[in-house]
Design a protein. Sequence first.
Length: 170
Amino acid sequence: MQEKNEGQFISDLQELTDDVIRVFQLMDREEKSRFGVTMTQSYALQSIYCCEKLTMNQLSERMGLATSTMTRIVDNLVRDGYIGRIRDDTDRRLVYVTLTEDGLKLAEQLRACTTECFNNIAKNIPSGNRTTVVNGIRAFLEALKCAYAESCEDVSTDKKVEEKVGQSSS
């Protein structure tokens, strides 16, 4: 009987997770497209907004993308006037990406949009259930981190998972 309950739990978890991801992706894509940026561009802008300036390697690591991919994304954001590149004064090989004035405005609009979205979600969770919901999401996130780390053969990946997932959850 325990095995059937475990199987049902896993089935429910998979179905609910798929639904959550699908709804979030649709919501996120629709919200970001209103501002004329892709989801990936939005995440890049938000990462730079949180840190003020990042090297391309730092941004690539935060985003979990290859530097060459991140360079193409940044090139488009530079072209659109949202990001600027600044060389380090002491080490000219280092190039930082920062938000321009327009990029800062856009990042703040995107952040406000996300906050509004979560305010709307929170309104639909009864106050007596909120702590349970947050604790459940925390437990799920921890299980997800562990499962991801266990699925990676490279031990150094565990640190990368914690850094990436930890950054995105803060």
